[in-house]
Design a protein around this ligand. Sequence first.
Ligand code: PLP
Length: 486
Amino acid sequence: MTDSGKKPGIDAVQQSLLRKLPGVDHLLEIARTDATLSDVPNTVLTAAVRQVVDDHRKTILDNPEAITEALLSDPRLLSEVKTKVKSAMRLNLTPVINATGVVVHTNFGRSLLARQALDHVRGISDRYSNLEYNLASGKRGLRYSAVEGLLCEISGAEAAMVVNNNAAAVLLCLDTVARGREVIVSRGELVEIGGSFRIPDVMAKSGALLKEVGATNRTHLYDYQRAITDATGLLMKVHTSNFGIVGFTSSVPLNDLVALGKEHHLPVMEDLGSGTFIDFSKYGPLREPTVQDSVRAGADIVTFSGDKLLGGPQAGIILGKPDIIAKIRQNPLTRALRIDKLTLAALESTLRLYRDEKTAIASIPTLNMLTCPIESVEEKAASLKNLIEASGDPRLHAGLMDTVSMAGGGALPLMHLPSRSVGIEIEAMSADAIEKKMRKNDPPIIGRIEDGIFLMDMRTVQTDELPIIAHALTTCLKGIDDETTH
Ligand SMILES: *Cc1c(COP(=O)(O)O)cnc(C)c1O
């Protein structure tokens, strides 16, 4: 402490370790001559080297017992630099294996695109396209024309429009038809979707005035009737897709609301949320009103998501009466919320698949998983169990269990699909530790723990992912072996 140049509180051991620690320039020079690092951008390499040196300096100062001179050798530090570089070079957005059984999982990107949609995206992305160019007239065209006709054909609507997502669709519709006017909504339908999308908040942003009617569990036609005044601009219905009220309940059917709207010359809007063109009741326990039902009932505006039950890209679809759609197109907000061309390509191709229901179910992964018969899920579970058992390690136990999958995505939360999961137990490893290992795998595998067992639901796992899962589990065991031999 009295010696000049010494920091206060640093003892002789720390002094010697600090002297042994190579400088950034020295380590960088070694790293630059390493062939495996030759493609790494200089900024990345420098940052990694600096971080390794800084980390060690900090450890020497704060916790010198954790360090020996051997740990500060050039090869050791270089290997740490390589680890840091590897993690810096890895893409942040990466595929994961969804073994949660939640089909439309917002955290995992909701819907997997159909191959046809992917091909179209690829074909449009590295070429110019007729995005806003009318090839027949040689004049400027509308980007919406790529999907408007298809949407009308499939749904029976008279006009259509698409924007960035359904939240944008709702905002845009309210702003266009009800800015400064009252919008009548049932108290039982003032939903929060998650990610802070709440109907009352969106309403406030749009400049429309929310007029709540009825009670949480029951709303009647006369509730809407009595609330109508000169200030009313819209009657709105929100599909309460992410929760259910059970017991003494009633809500007003869209048909009745449409009749009331006609009587008072008021437009009626329905936010369907998930929105499906397919009647799922034909395929299993799922029940969800179709988009066609809402159009047929005469709603002036219907909105829904492109990437929930539709199984397409993120988008907000607006179906409606031609005069309203025309007004929406002229709203300056539309430009801010407009759909991107890659999304548009994916949406067009996905919609084309809906011209034939069998083709749609076979090629759109979301539909495929939602309608997948239990026997096929069972088959996947059995294959995975076999693959795992082929490893022959007696510490690894795989069992089949009956579980329930969910549609997810704020859609059909009360509709449970019977499913099969593979439960994993590894001797000397907790379920938490397995879960973490699988989550840190490349690619990450996300399952869940139930009753102390790590479970992977096979409804949302693709067949070509089964060997990857089996391999990850054997790697887990190798990890235990490495720890015990060290
Ligand atoms: C999911 C949902 C939305 C929001 O749709 P995004 O496509 O996620 O923007 C809006 N309303 C309802 C009822 C929903 O279920």
